[in-house]
Write a protein that binds this ligand. Structure first.
Ligand SMILES: [Zn+2]
Length: 60
């Protein structure tokens, strides 16, 4: 079963859907997307945001 994270679910005005087989892989891809398309530095994501991202991950 794949895992999916919709950027929109994090309150972003962004249609991106990120899919991966594991949560670790998904978080890595999400960090890359956030850095490339939203200007976040992946190294600076605070634990509270990380928890929000994790809770937005759905099984597909
Ligand atoms: Zn996005």
């Amino acid at each position: 079963m794949a895992k999916v994270l919709r950027c929109r679910d994090l309150g972003m005005d962004c249609p991106k859907e990120i899919r991966a087989q594991t949560e670790d892989e998904l978080l890595k891809l999400a960090a890359e997307h956030a850095e490339k398309d939203h200007g976040f530095s992946a190294a600076m994501i605070p634990p509270s945001i990380l928890a929000m991202v994790k809770s937005a991950i759905k099984d597909e």
